[in-house]
Design a protein around this ligand. Structure first.
Ligand SMILES: Nc1nc2c(ncn2[C@@H]2O[C@H](COP(=O)(O)OP(=O)(O)OP(=O)(O)O)[C@@H](O)[C@H]2O)c(=O)[nH]1
Ligand SMILES: [Mg+2]
Length: 386
């Protein structure tokens, strides 16, 4: 397959010569089953990086240079990847820094993963065998670790260990699918957005550990404050819309109406002479039927159970899960009112539902009833949590 290593550069005169030599002399000759190429995407670097590349193009024929206006890293990659596909016929593209932050010796491992069938391969500093530069100052280490953890936690995807890195390989199809949307994300946020979209669209993703090296030449282009603000804005917004479109909101509305049904039924039967315990239990069953039907045909409609026999088998299971909620509510009410008196009952009902019943029942529905989440402790990729 035709592989293009894309190297974005801005004032990397001191690095690009050495990196290209290493790629051409030490790395490419050992890769026999692919056609290896280099594309330098330079934004008219004032230090003359482009001229250095032009000289190297005379020596090796598998190098191309693409120049343009400086519009940040994301824009440079979009321009470069478009060029690599349209003008060079790339099947696989690598993202790689030109300052030796990314170890070129790892390239064959990325290609092996692609050969195994993965669509995107992520270089990871945060898995076994990988690390951030040991000579980084404490604040930079904290910034990197914390930033990565923040992205992982907000997006709720912990099985990707390195979200913010820029050492990657991908099939051209992944880029072509995401290209239009990617134009919205310039700068370094581009990397997180790209990976997030690839996961959303169910591309197969693998990680390869690598030890990152601090640059010895040239200057850093990253603006930490601007980066963290843009990144936070992206992940918060993306997660918000994900939750809005996920079954969670529908589940919450269904549950709230279910609660109202329970309360109203309790009232009606109680006023018609039934004991509150019985009236409440009838209300609870009405609410369970409502919850089951609405979650099946609305909240989890993608996974809906339609065969009558299956519905008949699922409904008792659903009742069992609901019985669990009942036990939780009575336990919390018993403990709460024991310590704070019966006047605190409504507060403890809210605590029981908000803190325990919602996480419990939503998880049970996703895992056991509609089987939307696949729980596995060693898998690399799982269904989106949302
Ligand atoms: N074409 C282009 N390349 C860029 C731009 N910004 C950064 N780069 C390149 O992208 C790669 C990563 O940028 P760096 O400045 O090294 O950012 P960093 O790796 O986070 O920071 P340091 O390693 O500490 O310098 C390098 O090869 C840069 O030359 C840009 O606006 N345009
Ligand atoms: Mg760097």
């Amino acid at each position: 397959m035709k592989v293009v290593i894309i190297l974005p550069t801005y004032n990397e005169k001191g690095n690009i010569d050495r990196l290209i030599s290493i790629l051409e002399k030490d790395i490419f000759p050992n890769i026999k089953n692919h056609d290896m190429n280099i594309l330098v995407v330079d934004d008219n670097s004032p230090d003359g990086t482009g001229d250095v590349v032009k000289k190297l193009m005379g020596k090796w024929k598998n190098i191309k240079l693409n120049t343009g206006e400086k519009q940040g890293l994301g824009a440079a990659y979009i321009r470069g990847m478009t060029f690599a596909i349209d003008k060079m016929g790339a099947d696989i593209m690598f993202e790689m820094d030109a300052d030796f932050f990314h170890d070129p010796k790892k390239i064959p491992e990325f290609l092996e993963k692609i050969e195994e069938g993965y669509d995107m391969v992520i270089g990871s500093r945060y898995t076994n065998g990988g690390s951030i530069p040991s000579n980084w100052g404490l604040h930079r280490k904290i910034f990197s670790i914390f930033g990565n953890l923040l992205v992982k936690s907000i997006l709720m995807r912990f099985w990707i260990h390195d979200w913010t890195g820029g050492f990657r390989a991908m099939r051209k199809e992944v880029f072509l699918k995401e290209k239009d949307e990617l134009k919205l994300f310039k700068g370094y946020t581009f990397q997180v957005a790209f990976l997030h979209m690839a996961i959303r669209d169910s591309y197969k993703i693998a990680e390869v550990p690598f030890v990152a090296q601090d640059r010895t030449l040239g200057r850093s282009k990253i603006a930490p404050l601007e980066y963290i603000i843009n990144l936070l804005r992206y992940v918060l917004k993306a997660r918000f819309f994900e939750l809005l479109h996920s079954p969670f909101l529908k589940y919450a509305i269904t549950g709230f109406i279910g609660y109202v049904i329970n309360a109203v039924t309790l009232e009606i039967f109680f006023r018609n002479g039934l004991h509150p315990a019985i009236a409440g239990a009838i209300g609870a069953e009405f609410s369970i039927i409502w919850n089951f039907a609405m979650n099946n045909f609305w909240s989890f409609s993608k996974y809906k159970i339609t065969k009558p026999l299956k519905v008949l088998l699922k409904f008792p299971q659903f009742n069992l899960v609901s019985f669990g909620s009942l036990v939780i509510i009575s336990a919390v009410l018993a403990i709460g009112t024991h310590f704070f008196g019966t006047s605190s009952r409504q507060i403890f009902l809210v605590i029981a539902i908000g803190l325990f019943v919602i996480p419990y029942s939503y998880t049970m529905y996703n895992i056991f009833i509609w089987k939307r989440w696949h729980v596995s402790f060693h898998s690399k990729l799982q269904e989106t949590v949302g």
